[in-house]
Design a protein around this ligand. Structure first.
Ligand SMILES: C[S@@+](CC[C@H](N)C(=O)[O-])C[C@H]1O[C@@H](n2cnc3c(N)ncnc32)[C@H](O)[C@@H]1O
Length: 286
């Protein structure tokens, strides 16, 4: 695996070291990469809560709610590095350096990330940067968005006779389209969960159908999973692009026969797979 470039720990980027606590410079600090889960604070693990309560500084991204941040001591410094797609405030390399610099300054650093740190969270790069700099770094897993979306909807990711496998993919690519094995993803009897796929929903549907997935395959979109404003849209692969229009919050596209089990909140029940259309788009907790 290619290791990311990390500037020498003794020469961190100007301005980053000044964030630490000066007289503690000789104490060894450490970094904990903590999964904050999908939004609902009750989906935090006890280990995540303990790590937060012990933090001197919390470095967090844009998907972490204030409710969760408020679980850290009020004296803990908060640094928002806002890693929302296309709204980066700090490049990844700078985040890596920041974590290292804070820890080398003797601080107990919590790097709080939405969902799970190792699932489309770039946690691996942060861990590698810490290791390269000799900084102690541990990882606390979090509930990834797909698990919350599936549980909330009552649509299992695997289901006897309908989904013998589940695959998590990204719908985002820095340039062009995501490099995915469409033939494998188009096979029946599995669930495909697409993270960061709202803006490419049409392309994903096109590629899946071109590779052989039926346009009538059930598809579920879950926006803001586990949050008070969670929305679910049950549709089909053919309807994905239209259904994804206008979504503002973080959302998942979930494709597969088992998604037909999704509770729609309007008493729709299990729909007829042959004529699935967009059945609803309603706030489920209002
Ligand atoms: C950079 S990825 C981070 C994934 C995160 N590490 C996880 O394990 O859930 C961001 C994407 O995760 C998905 N996501 C994160 N939180 C979500 C939520 N509460 N509801 C729906 N999708 C969510 C969206 O697809 C969003 O674009």
């Amino acid at each position: 695996m290619a290791r990311p470039t990390v500037r020498s720990a003794s020469r961190p980027k100007a301005g980053l070291v000044a964030l630490g606590g000066g007289d503690r410079a000789r104490d060894p600090g450490r970094v904990t990469l903590v999964g904050a889960g999908p939004g609902d604070p009750e989906l935090l693990t006890i280990k995540a809560l303990k790590a937060l309560q012990a933090a001197d500084v919390v470095v967090h991204d844009g998907l972490v709610s204030d409710e969760i941040l408020d679980l850290a001591p009020s004296a803990a410094r908060r640094i928002n590095v806002a890693k929302r797609k296309s709204r980066h405030t700090l490049p990844q390399d700078d985040i890596n350096q920041l974590l290292v610099a804070l820890a080398l300054d003797g601080l107990t650093v919590v790097r709080l990330k939405g969902g799970d740190p190792f699932l489309f969270g770039r946690g691996g790069e942060e861990l590698a940067a810490c290791r390269d700099a000799g900084v102690d770094c541990t990882v606390v897993p979090g509930v990834t968005a797909a698990l919350a979306a599936s549980a909330g909807a009552g649509a299992p990711l695997t289901h006897r006779g309908a989904a013998q496998a589940v695959t998590f993919v990204t719908g985002h690519a820095a340039h062009g389209e995501p490099d995915l094995d469409w033939t494998a993803l188009a096979r029946p009897n599995q669930t495909v969960v697409v993270y960061m796929g709202v803006s490419t929903a049409g392309l994903i549907a096109e590629r899946l159908t071109a590779a052989g997935r039926a346009g009538s395959t059930p598809a579920l979109i879950v926006e803001n999973a586990s949050r008070p404003d969670e929305r679910r849209i049950l549709t089909t692969v053919a309807g994905l692009a239209v259904a994804a229009e206008g979504l503002k919050g973080p959302a998942l596209l979930m494709v597969g026969e088992a998604m037909a089990m999704a509770a729609t909140g309007l008493g729709v029940g299990t729909p007829d797979l042959a004529d699935l259309q967009v059945l609803q788009s309603a706030s489920l907790r209002s």
